[in-house]
Write a protein that binds this ligand. Structure first.
Ligand code: KIV
Length: 264
């Protein structure tokens, strides 16, 4: 196995080969996912919820992101390591560059930021400074209070157009990957077809180039509310490595996400 590069993911998009990606927060799970051939591992700020027990991702700090990035990096050989920038850590381009430097020094190979066209200048500055960027549109959890809850985005025409325009603008600004979260599948399909960069969906239907899941959701160990778009792969397989294989297979053959995990 070789190290995942963005060009490899791009080639998979061109060939129509769908790929499964997942979050990790520690070295042990990162190693397990890496050995299974998962091409992208995200240190999501979802760690605020699944590791720290908060009700949203807002309390997570850049130093906590850096700590978990160091842990994941130690367990990863081949996967592309993408780290989330925490809430308010990229509120302007200079702040973004300073905080991205902390995550890159901790072992990230790319950072992810949530938001639309307003981030274009930040993306350009990060790129100029040698920091590859992944965008994140749709339900961007750091804006949960603006949305009034964890709600599907892009259901009305105006919102859908804004997300579509933002995707094109961010690509033009230089993002190399895009995460689309909780949007209707038709919108995700339109964006995936319009972009040349790989699009990774979560709650966005099965037309995106790749999928991502929070690892706790994929293994059915998230306590409390379980989002509609997730699936417990451990329940069907009984073993964590087999669950990861099942997730990879079902993404590759297009059976995950199915209609029951999709917003229309
Ligand atoms: O924080 C996270 O885990 C994420 C994924 C849900 C995409 O951003």
């Amino acid at each position: 196995m070789s190290k995942t590069t963005v060009s490899q993911l791009q080639k998979m998009k061109q060939e129509g080969t769908k790929f499964a990606t997942i979050t990790a927060y520690d070295a042990t799970f990162a190693r397990l996912f890496d050995e299974a051939g998962i091409p992208v591992i995200l240190i999501g700020d979802s760690l605020g919820m699944v590791m720290q027990g908060h009700s949203d991702t807002l309390p997570v700090t850049i130093d906590e992101m850096a700590y978990h990035t160091r842990c994941v990096r130690r367990g990863t050989q081949n996967a592309l390591v993408v780290a989330d920038m925490s809430f308010m850590s990229y509120s302007d381009p200079a702040t973004a560059c300073r905080n991205a430097a902390t995550l890159m020094a901790a072992g990230a190979s790319m950072v992810k930021i949530e938001g639309g066209e307003w981030l274009c200048e930040t993306v350009k500055q990060l790129q100029r400074n040698g920091v590859p960027v992944c965008g994140h549109l749709g339900l961007t959890p750091q804006s949960v209070h603006v949305f009034g809850g964890f709600r599907v985005q892009g259901r009305d025409m105006e919102q859908a157009e804004e997300i579509y325009r933002s995707a094109l603008a961010l690509q033009a600004a230089g993002i190399q990957l895009l995460v689309l979260e909780c949007v209707p599948s038709a919108l995700a399909e339109r964006i995936t077809k319009a972009l040349r960069i790989p699009v990774i969906g979560i709650g966005a239907g099965n037309s995106t180039d790749g999928q991502i899941l929070v690892m706790h959701d994929a293994f059915g160990v998230t306590s409390g509310y379980t989002p509609k778009f997730t699936k417990n792969f451990l329940a069907e397989s009984g073993d964590i490595r087999a669950a990861v294989r099942l997730y990879q297979q079902q993404v590759a053959d297009g059976s995950f996400p199915g209609p029951e995990q999709t917003f229309n």
